[in-house]
Structures are given as structure tokens and as C-alpha cells.
Ligand binder design. Structure first.
Ligand code: RFL
Ligand code: PHB
Length: 390
């Protein structure tokens, strides 16, 4: 088998890159370890920046997003009992975010790929990368128990944090930066209307809480829990009781409970691997970096990486120029680090850290008061939340 760009991973990064390449006439094959059903069953992010929405349109998958996505002009921060709304649209010169689940983005991309008849090998086992430091990289894997070999010009490593791509780069060629937080988020999905029309992020003495949504009928809630906690220890009732305790009264009263569709714990981590290119291997999305979900940036960073990488491949194949490929890592990392900073800052503002004391809580409170009273401070939050320019 031979292709121009071999893509590892059919998450949002790999599928979006594949779709853009296919529409530009650049041949690509995606190798995915899991089944399509498994990929579609993962409940993850929900907030899209305008840049990602625009890119999905460019990829030809904007139609359902336009109909079903919820455009949000703002969100609220709660500190103890006080609720404060940040008017994103006003503060950012007219920009907004769109609430549309990662699952839906993935579904639209899978369907669009099927419609174009582009190949995806699901349940590809033991994907291994070879010779990507030279001119003729190749991949080996097993499909239905049969050994396969795929020759290509380039490899796009879009296989997430636990993938094989980053792990295949020789030790010493990558530098990594990491921060692990001493808590996770317990998330619950429920088919009930959301407690508020916009997202509410709450800092409470019992810990962080978030009210989010997937649609006008489906809500997504989170509470901060210790790292060692198990989702199976939490009944739906216990979850909703804890959630309501952490919210201002007017929001807590509006929470409509129901049987959970999904309940799981995600650990919080900041991680960056540099550079994002090694020879003919290019890393994109979670394969190269992780942010804690507090700033809603993980999925959006996958999209901005893909924007830069797609532009670079197109330049290579159309114009014979490698300038974009050579500049990819530096360009992507410049945006990644700003999102890392914002996500780290939001995480520090809103969570209770077990080892910290009264000083840190007073600093959090002062930061919140500053946001409430300073348009400059609120503007800085808004321009990061809606997404810095590509
Ligand atoms: P993904 O989505 O992890 O997709 C990687 C794909 O690669 C496959 N794969 C392999 N395929 C072949 N061979 C191998 N050896 C492979 N190893 C892995 C995997 O099966 C998978 O299909 O990475 P991608 O495309 O970079 O997309 C990134 C986003 O998924 C991620 O940044 C966000 O979902 C992060 N994230 C959130 N981001 C937000 O912006 N807001 C959120 O609310 C939010 N919640 C979350 C999240 C991530 C979570 N994780 C990682 C468990 C909640 C959770 C629980
Ligand atoms: C979500 O809806 O899952 C969500 C929204 C905003 C975040 C994190 C997660 O910051």
C-alpha cells in the first residue's frame, strides 16, 4: 500500500486533517486502533472556538453544526454565592463560541469521509512507525490478523496522548514539560435541559463545579474530585447533591436531575512535547500536548494544529515549498503555549488545591474581584476564551 500522508488516529485531529487533505486532492489513509463505534462513544469536549468552526466549514462539515450548534455570547463565573457574567461578544469585539459536542464533530467527519470514499482502517493493531528520519517512511500494522505495510511521504501522528507516534521518537530528541494536578473532574451527561442558558464555572470551598450542555435538552455537569476517586462510588443522586452544593442558589435551583447517560472521571494534566516534528513525522493534537479542560482548549488546539499542518502539506504538494513544513512546529507551539498558560490560569483560579492554604484562596478571590471590576482583566479572559487568532 502507498499513500501521500499516512494519518495515525481517527480522533478529531486525524479526521479533520484527512478531510482537508482529501478535498485538496492529497491522498491519505487513516489507521485507527479502535472501532468507529468506540470512537463515537467517547464523551469529551463541547466548546468550539470560531476558528475551529470556520475550519469545519472549510472542510465541508459545517451544515449540521450551523443547525444544531448553540452560539454562546458569554459565560458566568461563580465565587461562593456570587455570580458574574463575562460578555464574551462585547469584550472580544463581537466574537463568540459554539457549543457542539466533540462526538458530533467526529460523527460529521466520519460521514464526510465515507461520502468521499476515503479509506480508514479501524481496529488496526500494532501500528509501528519506521524510517521517518529518512526520505521513505513506512508504517506496519495488522488488519484482521494480516500483516500490512503502508509506504508514504509523511506521517501525521494524530493518535492522542497515549498513542504510538510520540513514543516512537528516539529518547533525547523530544523535550517534555508537564504539570499534573492533584484532582480530576467527575463528569455526568443527562438528557435534561441545562440549568442555565450559558456555561457556569464555579469556585466553591467544596471544590470546582461546571454546568455545561450539549443541546437545549442535554446537559453536561462536572465536579472536582480527588484523583483517587472512582466514578462507581457516585450515584446520580450523590452527584447532583454535590453539584448543587457548589453552585449559587439561583443556579442550583434550576438544575434538573435525571438518570445519567454517562459518568466518568478525567484527570487534569498540562503537557507539551517539543518539537512537534521529527523528520517526516508531524505530531498534532493530544499526541503533542494536553491541557486541563478548564479553559475548553484541548479540542480547539487540535484544530489549530491541523490548520497549520494542512496549510504546510498543501504548500508542499502544490508549490513544492517546504517552508510551511519546516515552520510547523514553531508556529503550532507558539499558539499551544498560550492556550497552556490560559488553561493553567483558569485551573488555578477555579479549583481547590489540597496542599494550599488561606493565602492562595485570598489570591483567587482577589483575582475574581479584579475580573468583576476591571474591563481590562475581563477582556484578557474573553479574548483567550473565544480563541487567539490562528
Ligand atoms: P484523540 O481524540 O485522543 O484521538 C486520538 C485517536 O488515536 C487513536 N489511537 C491510535 N490509533 C492507532 N494506533 C495507535 N497506537 C493509537 N493510539 C491511539 C485513538 O483511539 C483515538 O481515536 O486526540 P485528538 O484527535 O488530538 O483530539 C484531541 C481531543 O480529543 C482532546 O483534546 C479533548 O477531547 C480534550 N478534552 C477536552 N477538551 C476540551 O476542549 N474540552 C473538554 O471539555 C474536554 N474534555 C477531554 C475532555 C479529554 C478527555 N480525555 C482525553 C480522556 C474529557 C476527557 C475525558
Ligand atoms: C464540556 O461541555 O464538556 C466542557 C465545557 C467547557 C469546559 C470543559 C468541558 O471548559
Amino acid at each position: 500500500m502507498r499513500t501521500q500522508v499516512a494519518i495515525i488516529g481517527a480522533g478529531p485531529a486525524g479526521l479533520l486533517l484527512g478531510q482537508l487533505l482529501s478535498r485538496a486532492g492529497i491522498d491519505n489513509i487513516i489507521l485507527e486502533r479502535r472501532s468507529a463505534d468506540y470512537v463515537l462513544s467517547r464523551i469529551r469536549a463541547g466548546v468550539l472556538e470560531q476558528g475551529m468552526v470556520d475550519l469545519l466549514h472549510e472542510a465541508g462539515v459545517g451544515e449540521r453544526l450551523d443547525h444544531e450548534g448553540l452560539v454562546h455570547d458569554g459565560f458566568s463565573l461563580a465565587f461562593g454565592g456570587t455570580l458574574h457574567r463575562l460578555d464574551l461578544k462585547d469584550l472580544s469585539g463581537g466574537r463568540t463560541v459554539t457549543v457542539y459536542g466533540q462526538t458530533e464533530v467526529t460523527r460529521d467527519l466520519i460521514e464526510a469521509r465515507q461520502a468521499l470514499g476515503r479509506p480508514t482502517v479501524y481496529e488496526a493493531e500494532n501500528v509501528a512507525l519506521h524510517d521517518f528520519d529518512g526520505a521513505a517512511p513506512r508504517l506496519t500494522f495488522q488488519e484482521n490478523g494480516e500483516q500490512q505495510e503502508l509506504h508514504c511521504d509523511f506521517i501525521a501522528g494524530c493518535d492522542g496522548y497515549h498513542g504510538v507516534s510520540r513514543a516512537s521518537v528516539p529518547a533525547g530528541s523530544l523535550q517534555t514539560f508537564e504539570r499534573v494536578y492533584p484532582f480530576g473532574w467527575l463528569g455526568l451527561l443527562v438528557d435534561r435541559p441545562p440549568a442555565a442558558h450559558e456555561l457556569v464555572y464555579a469556585n466553591h470551598e467544596r471544590g470546582f463545579a461546571l454546568c455545561s450542555m450539549r443541546s437545549a435538552e442535554r446537559s453536561r455537569y462536572y465536579v472536582q474530585v480527588p484523583l483517587e476517586e472512582k466514578a462507581s462510588n457516585w450515584s446520580d443522586d450523590a452527584f447532583f447533591d454535590e453539584l448543587r452544593r457548589r453552585l449559587p442558589a439561583e443556579v442550583a435551583e434550576a438544575v434538573i436531575t435525571g438518570p445519567s447517560l454517562e459518568k466518568s472521571i478525567a484527570p487534569l494534566r498540562s503537557f507539551v512535547a517539543e518539537p512537534m516534528r521529527f523528520g517526516r513525522l508531524f505530531l498534532a493534537g493530544d499526541a503533542a500536548h494536553i491541557v486541563p479542560p478548564t479553559g475548553a482548549k484541548g479540542l480547539n488546539l487540535a484544530a489549530s494544529d491541523v490548520r497549520y499542518l494542512f496549510d504546510a502539506f498543501r504548500e508542499h504538494y502544490r508549490e513544492g515549498s517546504n517552508a510551511g513544513l519546516d515552520g510547523y512546529s514553531a508556529r503550532a507551539l507558539a499558539r499551544v503555549w498560550k492556550a497552556e498558560r490560559f488553561s493553567w490560569w483558569m485551573t488555578n483560579l477555579l479549583h481547590r488545591f489540597p496542599e494550599r492554604d488561606g493565602f492562595d484562596q485570598r489570591i483567587q478571590q482577589a483575582e475574581f474581584d479584579y475580573l468583576v471590576h476591571s474591563r481590562a482583566a475581563a477582556t484578557a479572559v474573553a479574548e483567550n476564551y473565544v480563541g487567539l487568532p490562528y
